[in-house]
Design a binder for this molecule. Structure first.
Ligand code: G6P
Length: 614
């Protein structure tokens, strides 16, 4: 979703801003723009629809000098993707330029008010309303920019991360946030600004995450100053970020998505490091131990999440119910937040989010907190908003995920959920010692087994060529494999634009079976587990209707290999850990189908990595 970059210092701002925008491309966007103040104190704004490279082309012959600037990648909410709607937006007199992430919900009322005063608008965006409002307040009250921004933001309902430049003021950027993340990087005689730390880490590891309703006054000649909307100064908390540049680059892979799929064995090791002992006798999630009493007295767990994280939650439900015998509900955060749900004080709400910034998940957390529930976060992005809004939690530690389609974050989430369920079950004595040890020992073998799955990459690439014709796919699985079927279908539709449905295998006969004919590929997860025979019957039903079965089976399966059209053979593991193995070939399949179709795998159309609007 929209990205923000800012720079003020001694260097040329433009190349830093462009590089920063490219680092943020993974968030998903449809247009880009930049504003710079040159040495003659001119405020220049350049914008273009499409990729950052289009913006570079557009700005090639223009004046891009200046040591202060702000830049933006836009993901359309109000108004189509086009250069007029792209940010930065000028105010009427072109004295101010502003970039914005989030949504100004009362923009229509504010716009009418400004139109009545004679203001005209060049775009359909809510953002232009904000910059005009700031200018109006500034001019009518004869205020400096900071005071005008403070007053304007007090009128705004909604979410924002903004940065503003003023013509004739080449020493200062004013930036503010509410519900949309914003990070200030502190270098030697220079400052950086960004919507996440990604564009900043190559210059400095010292950052300040602005909090809601805080405004940063970033002045090239002074220390960073942070004030709130009422001008009360706040001491900025400087944190050290640990991201390294290698994690943000493709490292020889053609796409981030493929790199991230292949990183999974290492990611799972990183995720388990210090938590699962090497002897395979113990799992400790420190957050669980630290809050043991509160977690053990919970009568119910409620997961809130979106997208892929919601699929991980479905697996978490099965793990916790089976090992801990605690009832678990899984909620779409976007529904939960508006449903007036029943939340009790002894409930534990677990928010799962790769980015830690998903607006709906964050709002669900805030609702649950207001009703007295204990909140546990399972996130990837360190220091993001959700971990900061929770009582405790566990990071998945899989490193930055850049590809829009989530891969390693999913397997990291499932790994943390397994460790959470096991730590709790041991504390609760709801699991036998034998079963516990069997699982812990097998967890240590998962990375090696994943490596074996990755060796199927070429074979799956060949298989995917057969299916680029398809307009529809069905994915089936039961038990732990049902969420995997949903995730496999989601991966395919996200990046290949092929319609795909995930279904519990036994439900197929209640509807989807009507779709099956000789054109329909059906991916069936049919590894050895308690329901193997039943899934086998489902495969027979599909074959009887001439569907084309791609079966995901265990190595040496001689039964299904005779019936299915194609088999992907995987190493066997315990049923409760199977999603960590079976998800991987489905990620690879989706990847290669999209590559065969010549699509933009890392930045699929219309999607955003970090969904900071509801
Ligand atoms: C977007 C992403 C998905 C992700 C979902 C939830 O839709 O494209 O990949 O699963 O948001 O994101 P989160 O960061 O909360 O896990």
């Amino acid at each position: 979703m929209c990205g923000i970059v800012g720079y003020i210092g001694k260097k040329d701002a433009y190349p830093i801003l462009i590089k920063g925008l490219k680092r943020l491309e993974y968030r998903g966007y449809d247009s880009a723009g930049v504003a710079l103040i040159n040495t003659d104190n001119q405020l220049n704004v350049y914008k273009a629809k499409g990729k950052v490279s289009e913006l570079e082309g557009f700005a090639e012959q223009k004046d891009t000098t200046g040591t202060i600037g702000i830049a933006h990648t836009r993901w359309a909410t109000h108004g189509e993707p086009c250069s007029a709607n792209a940010h930065p937006h000028y105010s009427s007199t072109e004295t101010l330029a502003l970039i914005h992430n989030g949504i100004i919900e009362n923009y229509a009322t504010l716009k009418e008010k400004l139109q009545a005063k004679g203001y005209e608008f060049k775009s359909s965006t809510d953002t232009e309303v904000l910059v005009q409002l700031i200018e109006y307040i500034k001019v009518t009250n004869n205020l400096d920019l900071l005071s005008a921004v403070q007053l304007a933001l007090r009128e705004v309902i909604g979410a924002y991360a903004i940065a503003v430049l003023e013509k004739g003021h080449p020493d200062q950027i004013i930036a503010a946030r509410k519900s949309s993340p914003l990070v200030v990087g502190i270098g030697e005689d220079e400052f950086f600004l960004a919507s996440d730390a990604t564009p900043i880490v190559e210059y400095t590891d010292k950052v300040v995450y602005l909090k809601d309703e805080e405004i940063a006054v970033i002045d090239r000649n002074q220390d960073l100053k942070v004030v709130n909307l009422h001008n009360i100064e706040v001491t900025p908390e400087v944190k050290t970020v640990t991201l390294n540049l290698g994690q943000l680059e493709k490292g020889g892979y053609p796409h981030f998505m493929l790199k991230e799929i292949f990183e999974q064995p290492d990611c799972i090791n990183d995720c388990m490091r210090g938590r699962v002992n090497v002897e395979g006798t113990n799992v400790v999630l420190s957050a669980v131990i630290d809050h043991k009493e509160r977690l053990l007295k919970a009568k119910r767990f409620i997961f809130v999440a979106c997208g892929t994280s919601w699929h991980a939650a479905l697996i978490g439900k099965q793990l916790i119910e089976s090992f801990c015998r605690i009832p678990v509900e899984v909620e779409y955060a976007s529904e939960f937040r508006y449903r007036d749900p029943v939340i009790n004080e002894d409930d534990v709400v677990i928010a799962i989010s790769q980015s830690g910034e998903t607006a709906d998940t964050l709002a669900a957390v805030e609702l649950a907190r207001s009703r007295g529930a204990f909140i546990y976060g399972i996130c990837n992005a360190i220091g993001s908003s959700i971990p900061r809004a929770t009582d405790t939690g566990s990071y998945i530690h899989v490193g930055p995920e850049i590809g829009v389609a989530s891969t390693k974050a999913f397997t990291g989430q499932v790994t943390v959920l397994t460790m959470l369920a096991l730590t709790l079950a041991k504390e609760k004595s709801s699991i036998t010692e034998e079963h516990y040890l069997e699982i812990v020992q097998e967890m240590n073998r998962i990375p090696e087994k994943m490596k074996k799955v990755l060796k199927l990459n070429d074979k799956i690439a060949e298989l995917s060529k057969i299916f680029t014709y398809a307009h529809n796919f069905i994915y089936l699985g039961r038990g732990y494999s049902y969420p995997v079927a949903l995730e496999g279908a989601l991966k395919l539709k996200e990046i290949s634009y092929i319609h795909a449905e995930g279904y519990p295998a036994a439900e197929m006969k209640h509807g989807p079976i009507a779709l099956i004919d000789s054109e329909m590929p059906v991916v069936v997860i049919a590894t050895h587990n308690a329901l193997y025979e039943k899934v086998l019957s489902n495969i027979q039903e599909i074959k009887a209707r001439k569907g084309r079965v791609i079966a995901v089976v265990n190595e040496g399966d001689t039964v299904i290999s005779k019936i299915a059209d194609y088999c992907i053979e995987l190493p066997e593991t315990l049923e409760c850990l199977d999603p960590l193995i079976t998800t991987v070939p489905l990620q690879i399949l989706a990847y290669h189908v999209a590559v065969c179709k010549g699509l933009d795998v890392d930045q699929p159309r219309n999607l955003a990595k970090s969904v900071t609007v509801e």
